[in-house]
Design a protein around this ligand. Structure first.
Ligand SMILES: [Zn+2]
Length: 278
């Protein structure tokens, strides 16, 4: 059994946490308030035929509540590499149904091929980041090659979504002093991971679910690949099981309090085990 109904029936702390995250997300899409307003206006118009319709008040965007405080709640960041690809569409549906936001590390050439998916990721509130243009081994690359891989990807993502990424995940986790210096100059932090179920090797949904669920702790970053349908199909269970344990899902910047330092490397939030959490 999966689907949003599972989340709704949950009791206790998990439901409270979920509600706060859901509340935040509800600012992203028009809520039922808009429908109610339109209904009230048409009823008023029917009652008073002579009254001129009042100009509609401009919709004021709701103030965005702060993201979860990962020093106090059990946060985990789901990250998806190598897309976008056709299978990304299903993943975006899964995340939307559960109101979970994630971080996508995009291959530049795929971003150029699927600009609609990059835009959709951005519009859904996910974080979009750079994973090089051709999945190059940046740790062994020349300065010229690094610059080309990064700037072309930044440009493809910017063209598709208007966003300029501030994070890089170097393919294979391969980095170097040269790469670190360049990322600092380009205003990008390097983001690695804490949980790797080797989903590219094990194209087995049950295996990926188990490996992730067994390994996650508060403050961890989970590495998955949305180019593999087997990995996408593991996401519903991963989310539902972790939510039931009280986890909230955040983007990578949110995991670190909203701001990353260019040139730094991030693997996990340090405070994981010492938070005195339930
Ligand atoms: Zn990759």
């Amino acid at each position: 059994m999966d689907g949003p109904s599972l989340v709704r029936v949950r009791q206790g702390a998990a439901a409270v946490l979920a509600a706060s995250v859901f509340g935040w997300l509800s600012t992203l899409t028009p809520g039922p308030g808009g429908v109610g307003l339109a209904g009230a206006q048409s009823a008023a118009a029917a009652q008073s035929k002579v009254a001129k319709p009042k100009p509609k008040p401009k919709p004021t965007p709701k103030p965005k509540p702060p993201p979860p405080d990962c020093a106090r709640v059990k946060c985990v960041a789901l990250t998806f590499d190598d897309g976008p690809a056709e299978s990304t569409r299903e993943l975006l549906d899964i995340l939307a149904a559960r109101r979970v936001r994630a971080t996508f590390f995009l291959i530049g050439e795929n971003a150029a091929k699927y600009p609609d998916l990059v835009r959709r990721e951005h519009e859904a509130g996910h974080e979009i980041a750079d994973h090089s243009y051709t999945h190059a081994d940046l740790g062994r690359a020349s300065k010229k090659k690094i610059m080309s891989e990064l700037t072309r990807t930044q440009e493809a993502i910017r063209r598709a979504s208007g966003v300029t990424p501030v994070m890089l995940r170097p393919p294979y986790g391969s980095t170097s002093k040269r790469l670190t210096k360049i990322t600092r100059e380009l205003g990008m932090a390097q983001v690695l991971w804490t949980v790797d179920p080797l989903d590219w090797e094990h194209r087995d949904t049950g295996y990926v679910e188990k490996r992730v669920l067994r390994s996650v702790k508060p403050g961890y970053i989970v590495l998955l690949h949305d180019i593999h349908p087997t990995s996408v199909h593991a996401v519903p269970k991963i989310i539902d099981r972790l939510a039931a344990k009280g986890y909230v899902f955040v983007t990578v910047p949110e995991l670190f309090g909203g701001r990353l330092t260019p040139g730094e490397e991030y693997l996990q939030r340090e405070s994981g085990d010492a938070q005195g959490l339930p």
